[in-house]
Design a protein around this ligand. Structure first.
Ligand SMILES: NC(=O)c1ccc[n+]([C@@H]2O[C@H](COP(=O)([O-])OP(=O)(O)OC[C@H]3O[C@@H](n4cnc5c(N)ncnc54)[C@H](OP(=O)(O)O)[C@@H]3O)[C@@H](O)[C@H]2O)c1
Length: 295
């Protein structure tokens, strides 16, 4: 199939390009310099030339604090951008696979959210992403709206800048004797390499709809750090941060664990427990350190 990946040099986008290529698909990798999803004409002119069968969108304004400061900009990209993509996908008779977020929920449920649960976002990021979901679901039937959580991958997250959580913990552990990490936010760390395989699997099906797509299980950021240090044999004193030690500037759900119910019902769920993805990431990291790529 011919696949257009938008946000192709991002954390998830780069793994999607690799995963679709490995699956034998013809991939057109589109970066922000080539396409602007907030601009309908940019999308239609680029995609009309490519004529993809599947459009995969990872692009978003998803730095939570940035969205809160500039909600109109966040709406233009996350909501109207999604609408633009849905309109163009419908015109081109293409399938749209769009990545959304666990932040559409407020976290009060306290056990894993399924696709049928009522969203209630707490911040501008979640509100604009949810609006994007609605625009897509009401514009084209041939969609996959894929909510995920806690992404990490070998390419850095461009919106958040710098290191992913794993790399940050390993760097800080080298620099300090003691680390303090919050225990009050529960998520599911999800490897972009695994999510990319899941999106390829969905895109090769016609089981359109709304999907939760994260690794299995859950942990707090503190427990995630614990596992990173255990698997890498890193010795550092790790403690739970005091509740007011790192005050959040923007309201976030305290519990945003997703259950992949729709994937399981369709027999399409590829995810394993989150520790497996972490183990593989750390293994790849060791391999690339011992075989550095020469430029
Ligand atoms: N990261 C997480 O933990 C997480 C959790 C749940 C859901 N998600 C969702 O997952 C998706 C992918 O996340 P990621 O971590 O891979 O993000 P990322 O590394 O920041 O990649 C996003 C890509 O989209 C491009 N982009 C941004 N705005 C654009 C626009 N207006 N038009 C066209 N391209 C644009 C970026 O290019 P530039 O950098 O050049 O602008 C970048 O290549 C997002 O939709 C996000 O909402 C992420």
């Amino acid at each position: 199939m011919k696949i257009a990946v938008i946000g192709a040099n991002g954390q998830l986008g780069s793994d999607l390009v690799a995963a679709f290529s490995e699956a034998g698909d013809e991939v057109r990798a589109l970066t922000h310099s080539e396409i602007e999803i907030a601009d309908f004409h940019s999308i239609s002119s680029v995609l009309e030339v490519i004529q993809p069968q599947v459009i995969v969108n990872t692009a978003a304004l998803h730095n939570v604090e940035h969205c809160e400061r500039e909600p109109a900009k966040a709406f233009a990209v996350n909501a109207l951008g999604a609408k633009n993509l849905a309109l163009v996908a419908r015109d081109l008779r293409a399938v749209l696979a769009h990545v959304s977020t666990d932040y559409v929920f407020d976290g009060s449920k306290g056990n894993p959210y399924v696709e049928e649960d009522n969203p209630r976002p707490l911040n501008a990021y979640g509100i604009t992403k949810l609006a994007g979901e609605h625009f897509i679901r009401s514009t084209t039937d041939r969609h996959f709206v894929i909510r995920t959580s806690g992404l990490y991958g070998k390419s850095p997250c461009r919106a958040k800048g710098g290191l992913n959580f794993i790399e940050l913990m390993l760097k800080l552990a080298k620099e300090r004797d003691e680390l303090r990490v919050v225990d009050s936010e529960v998520i599911t760390p999800t490897s972009t390499a695994e999510l990319a395989q899941q999106i390829v699997r969905l895109s090769h099906s016609d089981c359109y709809g709304l999907y939760h797509a994260t690794a299995e299980g859950s942990c707090s950021w503190y427990e995630f750090a614990q596992e990173i240090f255990a698997l890498t044999g890193t010795s550092v004193r790790l403690n739970v941060a005091a509740p007011d030690e790192f005050p959040a500037k923007v309201a976030r759900p305290k519990y945003s664990v997703l259950e992949n119910r729709a994937l399981k019902t369709q027999g399409l769920n590829l995810f394993r427990p989150w520790q497996g993805g972490l183990y593989e990431y750390l293994g790849q990291r060791i391999k690339s350190a011992s075989h550095p790529v020469c430029n």
